[in-house]
Design a protein around this ligand. Structure first.
Ligand SMILES: *Cc1c(COP(=O)(O)O)cnc(C)c1O
Length: 359
């Protein structure tokens, strides 16, 4: 059976070379006689894997020395809650409401302190990134939170807001490693793995060291960033196999030329698809041009019937998971790092054909 072009928003496509390497190493990792899945997380072989994973990520993202890299569990959704529980000292935080995940993040924060929604794009079903007015920022906020790429609606921040001395926290789940980001502009970055890093199960947190140790003393041990930092993500058993696959994905990215190289490819992929959408007489991209995501392209025909016909026929032709999120409908092509340029070209060819047949 042939592999399909998988446009799933997450878990999503992984680079084939990483999967093939994992297959080759599956039952006997480097002559240890065991699978990585069966190894003690404190074994020499495994320590090498997690250490390599961290140093590759540091190299790829040029993470400064004064940041810790943590491999945690619980997904990005756990971070919605860990961020306020660890960082809310004055019990005040600013949030930008750019979609469903942003809203979930701020709702969790409200359980622990005062939340100021600085800006929102909900008035136009999150089809743009709102202007930020610094006069509305809370001066003594514990942090300022944005969702870098809005997976469901297909928007992204193209400029990093300047929040002065207030630490900027970002949910980077669906755009980490897709374009060059200056890590030093952030206090904390978090990302669930299942879009651009590896399989579900591991969550990456990159945290500036001065933000460690702010948690109240009665915070559950497993929720405290400092505990995980002090124990090199080995306070308890980390998600060992997910971290191993992440390492293989990082190696693939490095071989490809790193983030600037993949960014160029991602920009070409997205431009090819959006150009077609903007010139199509059937399909339409609803997101404001300047705010369009490089990772999740949303589009519609304007007819629910035609939308579902398209999704069905696409699936038969080997383009799977193009249905939009259940909350918004329409279509969404998630085109993360592992989606090759050929996948986009083939999809556009298919869409052209569908357009001619359904005029
Ligand atoms: C997928 C996603 C999440 C949810 O991640 P989980 O790991 O399922 O908790 C949160 N935020 C963004 C931006 C996402 O893309």
């Amino acid at each position: 059976m042939q592999r399909v072009f998988n446009f799933s928003a997450g878990p999503s496509m992984l680079p084939l070379p990483a999967l093939e390497k994992a297959r080759d190493e599956l039952v006997n990792y480097k002559n240890t006689g065991t699978s990585v899945m069966e190894m003690s997380h404190r074994s020499k072989a495994y320590l090498e894997i997690i250490t390599d994973a961290e140093s590759l990520l540091r190299e790829l993202m040029a993470i400064p020395e004064n940041y810790k890299v943590l491999f945690l569990q619980g997904g990005a959704s756990m971070q919605f809650s860990m961020v306020p529980q660890n960082l809310m000292v004055n019990k005040k935080a600013d949030y930008v409401n750019t979609g469903q995940f942003a809203k979930k993040a701020s709702s969790e924060a409200k359980k622990f302190g005062e939340v100021n929604i600085v800006a929102s794009s909900e008035d136009k079903t999150f089809s743009y990134i709102p202007e930020l007015n610094p006069a509305k920022f809370t001066k003594d906020a514990d942090y300022f939170h944005i969702t870098m790429n809005n997976t469901i609606f297909g928007t992204r921040f193209t400029e990093i807001p300047d929040t002065g001395s207030v630490p900027l926290v970002t949910d980077m789940s669906s755009s980490i490693l897709s374009e060059v980001y200056d890590v030093s502009k952030f206090g904390l970055i978090y990302a669930g793995a299942q879009k651009n890093i590896g399989p579900a199960g591991v969550t990456v947190v990159i945290i500036r060291e001065d933000l460690l140790g702010r948690a109240p003393s009665n915070l559950a041990t497993m929720l405290d960033y400092k505990i995980h930092a002090d124990n090199d993500s080995m306070y308890n058993t980390p998600p060992t196999y997910s971290i191993y696959i992440a390492k293989l994905v990082f190696e693939w990215l490095k071989d490809l030329g790193g983030i600037s190289a993949i960014q160029k490819i991602n920009e070409e992929k997205a431009a090819y698809l959006y150009d077609y959408l903007d010139n199509s007489s059937l399909f339409k991209a609803p997101v404001v041009k300047k705010d369009r995501s490089l990772m999740n392209a949303t589009f519609i025909t304007g007819s629910d019937e035609l939308d579902s016909k398209f999704v069905k026929e696409a699936e038969k032709a080997g383009f799977v998971n193009l249905k939009g999120h259940r909350s918004v409908g329409g279509m969404r092509a998630s085109i993360y790092n592992a989606m090759p340029y050929e996948g986009i070209k083939a999809l556009v060819e298919f869409m052209k054909k569908f357009e001619t047949e359904n005029k």
